[in-house]
Ligand binder design. Structure first.
Ligand code: ZN
Length: 154
């Protein structure tokens, strides 16, 4: 049953080009508004708000009739956002922009756009529990490069 369902794409959101439908940018949220909203977010949601999502494969719907693939990815960190787009296997072109589906706990009704100033508040919040002098985040970030360096050295 799930395999058959995957052959007939029934997207939960309309898959249309969004270029011709510009939306006015929402007003920016103040840093205080961002901090108030963050009280309801998981640490993972806060990290994704600061440094974007970690997209990972979720589902691919193939429509042999139209020769298209609808590709659905899910954030591997917060697990609250799906991103989808459609490409043509025939023309090897991308047919749609990304569209996003958010689960409960990600979007906040009436919260304005989060600006750089708001992201700084979230970044400070996400690092609030690190003791002084702890350089764990920097080490974690450089870990893959160190592996490569160790291979070269050895
Ligand atoms: Zn995420």
């Amino acid at each position: 049953m799930p395999a058959r369902a995957a052959l007939r794409p029934v997207p939960s959101t309309p898959l249309r080009r969004t270029l011709s439908q510009p939306r006015p940018a929402p007003e920016p949220a103040t840093p205080d508004e961002v901090l108030a909203a963050a009280g309801d977010w998981t640490p993972q949601v806060i990290k994704c708000r600061v440094s974007r999502h970690w997209w990972d494969s979720h589902t691919v719907y193939r429509d042999r009739g139209t020769g298209t693939l609808e590709i659905v990815e899910k954030c591997a960190r917060c697990a609250k956002v799906l991103r989808r787009h459609v490409i043509s296997e025939r023309t090897r072109e991308r047919l749609t922009d990304y569209s996003y589906t958010y689960e409960d706990g990600f979007l906040v009704k009436d919260l304005g756009r989060i600006t750089k100033a708001g992201r700084v508040q979230l970044e400070l919040l996400s690092l609030a529990d690190f003791p002084d002098g702890d350089d764990a985040p920097a080490k974690a970030k450089k870990a893959p490069a160190r592996k490569t360096a160790a291979k070269k050295a050895g």
